[in-house]
Ligand binder design. Sequence first.
Ligand SMILES: Cc1cc2nc3c(=O)[nH]c(=O)nc-3n(C[C@H](O)[C@H](O)[C@H](O)COP(=O)(O)O)c2cc1C
Ligand code: SF4
Length: 445
Amino acid sequence: MTTFLATPRDWPQVLLGRREAIAADPFDLDAGVRAGAFEGLRRAVRDLGATGTIAPVAASGLRGRGGAGFPTGEKWRAAAAQPATQRYVVANGYGADPATQTDQALLLADPWSVIEGLVIAAFAVGATEAILAVRNDDPALVTKLEGAVLAAEEAGFAGDDVAGSGHRVTVTVRPVQGAYMLGEETVLLKALEGKRGQPDQRPPYPAERGLFDRPTVVNNVQTLAAVPWIASHGGEAFAAIGSKSSPGTILVQLRGPAGAGIAEVPLGTPLRDLVQLAGGTGGRAVKAVLVGGPTGGFLPGDLLDTAYEFDALREQGAHIGSGSVVVADDRSCIVDLARLLTRFSADNACGKTIPCRIGLKRLDEIGDRASSGRPKPTDPQLLDDLAHDVAASALCDHERLATLAFTSAMRHFRPEVDDHLLRSTCPAGVCTPIAVGAGTAPGSR
Ligand SMILES: Cc1cc2nc3c(=O)[nH]c(=O)nc-3n(C[C@H](O)[C@H](O)[C@H](O)COP(=O)(O)O)c2cc1C
Ligand code: SF4
């Protein structure tokens, strides 16, 4: 059961703006339309025209919510510019991070925003096929989404003549089954083709050669859900929300010692405010905030003024990733957390490339030795070298990001890493059988 956290009344809502109005039955199309669903599509068809719809999306500065923050307008332009008789748009609703439910929560709270955004994207880039890809582990959600698509088609918002435009956009819901890597766009496209998936080297990007080798826009469901708002209100209005380089809002999955839930927040919100939304730490010191999910990075408690947005987080060695924000108080051990995250990344590497397959395993082993009081004298140097080399030889973003747990720990919590690797001590008293408390103070940098 999703808990939506209350946010300050003056925070703009782009994604969840009509959630309460349609809460009685979010899958009732009439209720959705009464609350404003498909107004953006009507405006796109009536006032903007197909290619004219890309301009406000580009002007809005919308960046992909799937983690990488790629400019959406640029992606759409690239796909539209490819000479092709067939193009596709795929909504990535896979939600790979098992601890983050933001995308599923959005689909449950306001499916119309995603369906409408998908149809607008297809209309804009000249695609006749639009696919909503979701996990297959929630059959009830799949059935509801299929019903919603059918209702939208019957009402003329999708299908043979979208909103009277003469354009055809067939929307299909595709449940897919797989592991963590299936959320990566090239793996997802292979799954949609019915093939076994491992990431492809890019370029070519899917916008040039994607599903069945045709130009394909792959966008996260939150990215698409922002599009109807932009079509209705204009790119400039959207660009005025959030931070200059990361406009708009995003759904974050907050988790801390005192609370948890999902909230829509303007990008650029200081981490400090997110810690408060998560319920604070019950009076304990914030030791770190883990941002980005399993391949995320740690920011220390004295960097809580950092803006939660693509570029500011990247500068500090973290990233938006899955939209997960976990608050760790002074009882947590950063090395132990980095070890757990690296284990997850190593276990989920697809195995296609050796530096990732072997390198992450070796990093995982260093984490094991560090947290069990058995470091080798060479481990400090090996950790530095491996973390750098694995990221530098990355074939896909998984490998590029999977080292962040340890690199951000080394960057912001070096004394604590050294306590484990050089002195076999765990200041937080989490790792056993390491001696407790003999090293640096918890939370020191
Ligand atoms: C290991 C891995 C898992 C990913 N999982 C997801 C996911 O669950 N959902 C998603 O939208 N993007 C995910 N991505 C990012 C996608 O590859 C892609 O960048 C994104 O769907 C593009 O949409 P956007 O431009 O709207 O962000 C993942 C990337 C990697 C490397
Ligand atoms: S970098 Fe890792 S996850 Fe990516 S393709 Fe290679 S083995 Fe697979």
